[in-house]
Design a protein around this ligand. Structure first.
Ligand SMILES: [Fe+2]
Length: 299
């Protein structure tokens, strides 16, 4: 399966306006109210990179994965069927809500919801950030990344690798009780672009449905301005500024209205997968990233 990128994520919200305010004032996205009551948060020429659906809970809903064209989409659905994974095709109206030309839904073995899409529909109006962010690192690199729970870790990793065609970039083994104690693995996985990871799977339960999502700015100053905005709007910081060992991203974390964190970063490595060797890192970060502020496992 030739998944190109993480296209978008979907959050369920009891108060979509909270996401509009957070998206505009902290991240620097542009919010558009959608006719059915949802919100699209725009980062580039696409309709949205975060979609907010009204609902009874504040949580993560789904991850949207992009295929290049209809033929790749149909082939992907054939591969899902061959693997015994049930899927449903969305209506044209449902696909239009995500700004895509075709959409199907399925769940991974851990119960995380996913949307496979092909194509996009855009008016190509210039992205205008209410916070003055010139641009986000998206395009072929996709929206950013998402970190999802996978308590049934081996089965879920095998599904992403063998059925969806994801590749392992590197891994960490979290030992919350210290050496010799229980282990929780984190696998960082890439799709068909140069972003170090579009998905990480975490071997644990996460009630909100997501550990964190990540957006990337194009300069250190834009990251610094985002941190200024997070502090000015009294957003709840969940990790201090730091730099990750594996993807090289300098970032901080704060809580979203969805009950999960967002990592706002800059400077992600662009990978050449033909020369990459998988490794295990025993440290999350070169410096910083004090997660004692919030989620302990928000790598
Ligand atoms: Fe991250």
């Amino acid at each position: 399966m030739d998944i190109r990128a993480l296209s978008y994520i979907v959050a369920e919200s009891t108060a979509p306006h909270d996401w509009s305010a957070f998206g505009e004032q902290v991240i620097g996205l542009a919010a558009t109210a959608l006719p059915h009551g949802g919100v699209a948060l725009k980062a580039d020429e696409r309709l949205g990179r975060i979609f907010v659906e009204p609902g009874p809970q504040d949580r993560y809903h789904a991850s949207g994965w992009e295929l290049a064209n209809e033929a790749a989409f149909e082939q992907a659905l054939t591969q899902l069927a061959a693997a015994g994974t049930a899927f449903t095709r969305a209506s044209r109206e449902e696909a239009a809500r995500r700004g895509v030309l075709g959409l199907a839904r399925f769940q991974d073995p851990a119960g995380n919801r996913h949307e496979l899409t092909w194509g996009y529909c855009s008016d190509f109006n210039r992205f205008q950030s209410p916070a003055g962010v010139p641009r986000f690192v998206t395009g072929a690199m996709g929206m950013g990344h998402t970190v999802l729970p996978a308590p049934n870790f081996d089965e879920t990793c095998a599904f992403f690798t063998n059925v969806l065609g994801f590749g392992l970039a590197d891994l960490m083994i979290h030992r919350p009780g210290g050496p010799g104690g229980p282990e929780m693995r984190i696998h960082f996985m890439h799709v068909g672009n140069a972003r170090h990871h579009s998905l990480a799977l975490f071997e644990g339960e996460v009630p909100s449905g997501c550990v964190h999502i990540m957006f990337e700015y194009e300069s250190m100053d834009e990251l610094g301005r985002a941190l200024d905005r997070a502090i000015a709007t009294k957003a709840r910081l969940t990790a201090t500024l730091g730099r990750h060992v594996n993807d090289g991203v300098t970032s901080f974390y704060c809580a979203t209205p969805g009950g999960f964190s967002i990592e706002l970063g800059w400077g992600g490595r662009q990978m050449d997968w033909s020369t990459h060797t998988v490794f295990e890192s025993t440290s999350v970060s070169l410096w910083g990233h004090d997660f004692s502020l919030g989620f302990k496992n928000a790598t």
